[in-house]
Design a binder for this molecule. Structure first.
Ligand SMILES: CC(C)(COP(=O)(O)OP(=O)(O)OC[C@H]1O[C@@H](n2cnc3c(N)ncnc32)[C@H](O)[C@@H]1OP(=O)(O)O)[C@@H](O)C(=O)NCCC(=O)NCCS
Length: 176
């Protein structure tokens, strides 16, 4: 990202008002809309008991002090991103340890203003700081915006999952 581009992204985010803040154990309910945006396809009715479905529940089960960040405007989250160890593990570090997986979403009206990029950068830095070897995530091929965001942040495609998603990893050592 060029300095000029970065300035544009930051000023677009500034226009939105608000700021990044770490997620806390109090955010268990506030992150649910973002889980839904990231885990279910847009434009479809949510299945009954959506949040109890394993692929969704694993992101909020036993919510506590998570490694995560939100964009907070006057106490309302406009976006959230967090990383945790979820099952099934999609990617491992070279030493065989499971990589935490990332989930991220931004409210529809706040997209395209740099929030996703800023939250992911925060999360990568925080993940390095706590000593994770890297991060992983999955993304649909039908989500080119998210794919582009992850690739610009140094995530590389590693494989297709059993459900046809693209698995990506970002090893911190290789992306100083
Ligand atoms: C994916 C998502 C988190 C991106 O957040 P965002 O705040 O809109 O993204 P940003 O404004 O930070 O954009 C970051 C980069 O991605 C690009 N991008 C973001 N959304 C895009 C889209 N729909 N189409 C094309 N490019 C897109 C931006 O152009 C930017 O690239 P650039 O730096 O080269 O210009 C957001 O679109 C979203 O919440 N989508 C729905 C939930 C979702 O799909 N989550 C991910 C599941 S894997």
């Amino acid at each position: 990202m060029t300095p000029n581009h970065q300035r544009t992204v930051i000023s677009a985010a500034a226009e939105l008002r608000g700021s990044l803040r770490p997620l806390t154990r109090e955010d268990a309910d506030a992150v649910i809309p973002f889980l839904i945006m990231a885990a279910f396809p847009p434009g479809h009715e949510l299945p009954p008991d959506a949040l109890k479905m394993p692929h969704a529940a694993r992101w909020i089960d036993s919510w506590s002090d998570e490694l995560g960040v939100g964009w907070d405007r006057d106490g309302e989250l406009l976006g959230a991103a967090w990383a945790r160890h979820v099952e099934p593990v999609i990617c491992y570090a070279d030493d065989g340890s499971p990589l935490p997986e990332v989930i991220v979403a931004v409210s529809e009206q706040a997209r395209g203003r740099g929030l996703g990029q800023q939250m992911m950068s925060w999360l990568i830095a925080a993940s390095k700081e706590v000593g994770d070897p890297g991060l992983s995530l999955t993304v649909s091929e039908r989500n080119p915006g998210a794919l582009h965001l992850y690739e610009t942040l140094g995530f590389i495609r590693t494989k297709k999952t059993a459900t046809g998603l693209i698995a990506m990893t970002r090893m911190h050592q290789e992306n100083r």
